[in-house]
Write a protein that binds this ligand. Structure first.
Ligand code: KG4
Ligand code: ZN
Length: 356
């Protein structure tokens, strides 16, 4: 089965062709980063318009990369939410029209499920025979809009364990970069600077340090950085700036890794998947590997290209449902927020103890 995935939830217009086993045949992403950069964040109306301009050329390009083009497509998957409504509408409407016109099944996908299941994608440039983690696993999803821990039992059975009380980790990177005048998006530039800096140079408080909670919080850290900058100014010296970035990134990474390891222990699971845009962060990847090795956990992190927004992960998340013969009614609507998920305390066998 060949699935055409379409993604337009935020500021990337993307289309991909993926087989049900996760082989990526085509993966095209048109980024709007340069357009939003001067505003220091995404401007929703500009994003919607840019999606409208890009969506057909992006789908065409993806289809041109595999023999058969549209005729070779067996099903269509599209991001239904969460995301910016005006952005989502573009992808969903195009996907519906395409599915209707070629008479193939359509599946609406939760963007966050896509991130969590991106670990099963197999790209031609990878020569790994690794099949990806057996389920269930603990998934740490770290993106620009979400930071949360999940128990992933199956493609259609993903339970929320805990999430951030305020900002997402990606937001913490983006807001810090804005404050330091480093542009948008902040993650990649802070990642680069941090790799040359000393993480012990500036001391920031570790958020939610108690082992009693799996929740995250990054707004206090952002305030601590703002206070530091108020007091000392934005470092003019390149090394000092790198040190400040390394210290700030170090605390975010430490908080993410500690909670992820704690979640694995609480769940009695020894497989951890980290995904979402922030999982491209080299500091996070290195620290997570170290912590997993020390705690006997197997770590799975998709390559950076699968971590940031893409349509291959959307096709992947839909594939299992499609193989089971599922399809969505063409009248489904988009959603801006993550819908309620099964949540609460879980027994080690995955059964739910209580709702919170
Ligand atoms: O998953 P994603 O592409 O889009 C959302 O669904 O939000 O994540 C975007 C976020 C942005 O906040 C960006 O700054 C962050 O991922 N990001 C990074 C890195 N690359 C992207 N954060 C830290 N280090 C990186 N290398
Ligand atoms: Zn995303």
């Amino acid at each position: 089965m060949r699935v055409l995935g379409i993604e337009s939830s935020c500021d990337e217009t993307a289309a991909a062709l993926v087989t049900e086993s996760g082989q990526v045949l085509a993966d095209v992403v048109a980024s709007q980063v340069a357009m939003h950069g001067p505003y220091g964040g995404i401007v929703p109306e500009l994003a919607s318009r840019a999606h409208m301009q890009a969506i057909i050329p992006v789908i065409r390009e993806a289809l041109s990369k595999a023999p058969g083009g549209l005729d070779g497509v067996d099903a269509i998957a599209v991001t239904q939410g969460p995301g910016l409504v005006g952005s989502l509408l573009v992808g969903v409407q195009v996907a519906k029209a395409l599915a209707w016109s070629i008479g193939k099944p359509l599946v609406g996908v939760n963007h966050l499920d896509g991130h969590l299941l991106a670990v099963y994608l197999r790209r031609p440039e990878e020569d790994s025979a690794d099949e990806g983690p057996a389920m269930p696993f603990v998934g740490l999803l770290v993106s620009g809009g979400h930071t949360a821990l999940y128990r992933v039992e199956g493609a259609g059975d993903i339970a929320l364990l805990a999430q951030t009380r305020d900002d997402a980790a990606g937001e913490a990177f983006d807001k810090a970069a804005k404050l330091l005048g480093l542009g948008y998006p902040g993650g990649p530039v802070i990642d680069r600077l941090a790799s040359r800096g000393n993480a012990d140079a500036v001391s920031f408080p570790l958020p939610m340090a108690s082992r009693k909670t799996l929740e995250f919080s990054f707004s206090g850290l952002k305030t601590a950085l703002a206070r530091h900058v108020q007091k000392h100014g934005v470092p003019g010296d390149e090394q000092e700036l790198a040190d400040l970035c390394a210290s700030y990134q170090g605390v975010i990474v430490e908080s993410l890794v500690r909670k992820a390891v704690l979640a694995c222990k609480n769940q009695g699971l020894n497989r951890l998947v980290i995904s979402g845009g922030v999982a491209a962060n080299r500091g996070l990847r290195a620290r997570a590997k170290e912590a997993c090795d020390a705690n006997g956990l197997a770590l799975f992190v998709p390559p950076p290209v699968s971590c940031t927004d893409n349509a291959a992960m959307i096709a992947m998340a839909a594939a299992q449902r499609l193989v089971a013969g599922e399809r969505d009614d063409l009248s489904f609507a988009v959603y801006s927020r993550d819908p309620d998920r099964r949540r609460g305390k879980f027994r080690r066998d995955g059964s739910l103890v209580e709702r919170t």
